[in-house]
Design a protein. Structure first.
Length: 71
C-alpha cells in the first residue's frame, strides 16, 4: 500500500473536516483512480449480453412466491 504524508484539518471542536496532501501525491492518487475506473467500466452497449440469462420462472411470480414464504 502506498504511504502519503497528510495533514488533518479540524474545526473548533477538533472534529476532522479535511485532509491536506502534497500535490504530487494527489496526482498519483488520481492516476490510480483513473486506472481503476478504466478496469471497472461497464460497456455502453450491453446488447452483447442479450439472451445470456435464461429465466426458469417469471420474475413477478418468483417474487410473490418468495414473499409468501415469509408469512
Amino acid at each position: 500500500m502506498l504511504s502519503f504524508k497528510k495533514k488533518i484539518v479540524t474545526d473548533e471542536t477538533m472534529q476532522p473536516i479535511a485532509v491536506l496532501i502534497n500535490y504530487q501525491d494527489w496526482q498519483q492518487i488520481e492516476k490510480i483512480l483513473e486506472d481503476y475506473q478504466l478496469e471497472d467500466e461497464t460497456p455502453d452497449d450491453i446488447s452483447e449480453f442479450e439472451g445470456i440469462l435464461q429465466l426458469t420462472e417469471d420474475p413477478l411470480k418468483y417474487q410473490r412466491r418468495i414473499r409468501n414464504e415469509w408469512e
